[in-house]
Ligand binder design. Sequence first.
Ligand code: ATP
Ligand code: MG
Length: 401
Amino acid sequence: MTHDYIEDELSRRTVFKSEQFLSIDYVPENLPHRQAELRALAQNFKTLISSPGRTSQRFIIEGPVGTGKTAAAKRFAEQIVQAAVRRDIRLHNIHINCRVNKTSYLVFLRALREFKPEFPRRGHSPEELLQMLVEVLEEEDRYLLLILDELDYFIKQRGSDILYDLTRLTDDQLNAKQRVSIIGIGRKIPLDEELLDPSTLSTLQRNILRFSKYDRTALYDILKHRVDMAFEKNVVMDETIQVISDIASERGDARYAIELLWRSGKQADRDQTNHVVPDYARQAKADTHPELRKEVFTTLSQMHRILLLALARQLKETRGAYVTMGEVEEMYKSSCEEYNEEPRAHTQIWEWVQDLTSHGIIDTKRSGSGQRGQTTLIGLSDVPAEMLEQFIASLLDSQEL
Ligand SMILES: Nc1ncnc2c1ncn2[C@@H]1O[C@H](COP(=O)(O)OP(=O)(O)OP(=O)(O)O)[C@@H](O)[C@H]1O
Ligand SMILES: [Mg+2]
């Protein structure tokens, strides 16, 4: 008798009821332990609804990785837009990831296209785009809440001109309606004292909302909600949730906690059991690293990934904390061959190295003037080389499917 693999697969049991509630883009309806922050946002932004056009708001959300900054901003924006709709105020919310839209040009284009979807990609300067955005808002009597997520990354690469441009938008015109409000999000946003005018600077400094790390009990509550939504009843043991809360509380990172939960469930499925036991969580911890964040790595180009792979391999081989730029370039060439890519020149590679440094993925320093002469040394910020190698290799391979 032939074996029916499809039926086999379909009849496999799974501990998940709705796995999508554990995915990285899912934003839950309720955000336990962020009520105070959501209330603070509501208090500050309520004038956008109560007296539209009178003032615009500028706000900054800062806090460590996985503390719910993006999730809270999305929830908040959705609620304020709904409140506006109920009152016939045309308020739009645009959430821009500045890791993806890496220049002011792309950010403004993305915003303008909200109102003019067909707007051509080329042919204008960033200033012109911004001007057109202001005009559209004026003509159509609309308001904009612009959320600039991962703004710290953007500012590290481009400086804070974008904040300057956006905050002085309507200051030029007397009595003009204030149509653009901003929320900037990042781990720590450098505010440039020389560039920003004193009043904007002091507004921003007063309007910083700091998200703190989640402690064990907060993580437990967050996980408990997700368990109820994503898993079948009674499959996840309470101790498993506790173990995960413990592990993730070191960093206070809810994303990492949820990833461990998801991986634990996957392991239960592989073992064809309906008990998600604490050991699965411990195993998941050993298999992953909180710095290996999918949403960061998926924004990297194929070439960045190959370069990273080369770096990880070189580090693994030499077992040192740092390798030289030259060594990495050698390894890069052979990795390119493996993935059928044409290796690029030194200056290009150098640019990628800078890129990866500002993403916080790698770490560079100048060598002392020892026997190797002055050269750049490259290391990894936090992740073990071998783990990075496996992670990148699997990203590269999955893409080839
Ligand atoms: N209070 C909460 N309740 C439920 N889920 C949460 C809460 N806080 C965060 N999460 C979840 O944890 C994950 C990470 O949150 P989020 O992306 O908002 O973090 P972040 O602070 O923006 O991190 P990063 O600095 O890396 O961008 C998301 O899946 C989010 O839905
Ligand atoms: Mg975020």
